[in-house]
Design a protein around this ligand. Structure first.
Ligand SMILES: [Zn+2]
Length: 243
């Protein structure tokens, strides 16, 4: 066992720490066990530690690989098998470089603003943006479509940027309500307007593949800001989405 692995093991497998985590953490009068599979939404910001970026991406991958190997080992998998040997490194790379890359602000898409030269002053709708995210309570996929819309306040952005902003916030451990609001807040800031709408329609694999095992249900979340928060605009937007 490498010294790094021993060090991590000592740090994480400390039984006192585990005991405190298991019994000491309560939300209102509910324990973590009472809450079970019900997903909580605690705020707009993804809860991050102050020192979240103290380690470099390479150091994070190294640690995750060691810890994931530990999980596989505890489950009894034979890490000497040719098929499993590379898995800890693959998972670590996938977490940091791909599916959770949106945790790092350095990966935020750079967005250029342009003047609204065409003086187009109706709603612009970018619909059916496919995204893959992961539920922060089970670390299994959330697969869905995002529809975003805005009314220009004088500035516009490239259409592909709307897609990239959705992908950036999707690539985090997420809850759907937060994903919806994070995309909306980002668009409000970039486009300098409150006239933003975000609709997300997604399937949660923690609901369909396990737990309640409901394969047909889907979750829809919406954000209607500024001019979009009127029955007429909502109806108009829904018409575009249904066509
Ligand atoms: Zn879940």
């Amino acid at each position: 066992m490498s010294s790094l692995r021993q060090h991590i093991k000592k740090k994480n497998m400390n039984t006192e720490v585990l005991k405190v985590k298991k019994n000491g953490h309560k939300l209102k009068e509910f324990s973590i066990t009472d809450i079970g599979d019900d997903h909580l939404y605690t705020g707009l910001e993804t809860p991050m530690k102050k020192d979240a970026f103290k380690l470099s991406d390479e150091e994070k991958k190294e640690r995750i690989a060691i810890l994931f190997e530990e999980i596989m080992d505890v489950m009894g998998l034979d890490l000497n098998d040719d098929s499993l040997q590379g898995t800890p490194n693959r998972v670590a790379k996938m977490y940091i470089d791909e599916i959770f890359s949106g945790l790092n602000p350095a990966n935020k898409p750079k967005v250029a603003l342009f003047d609204n030269k065409y003086k187009y002053n109706q709603m612009l709708v970018e619909k059916n943006i496919t995204f893959y995210s992961n539920c922060e309570h089970h670390f299994v996929p959330i697969i869905g479509k995002a529809h975003v819309a805005y009314i220009s306040s004088g500035k516009v952005i490239g259409l592909s940027k709307l897609n990239r902003i959705v992908q950036y916030y999707a690539k985090r451990p997420q809850v759907q309500e937060r994903l919806t609001n994070q995309i909306a807040e980002e668009l409000k800031t970039i486009l300098q307007t409150d006239d933003i709408a975000v609709i997300i329609d997604a399937k949660h694999l923690c609901v369909s593949s396990r737990g309640i095992k409901d394969d047909t249900s889907a979750t829809v979340t919406t954000y209607y800001g500024g001019q979009f928060n009127t029955p007429e605009k909502i109806r108009e937007l829904q018409n575009y989405l249904n066509n």
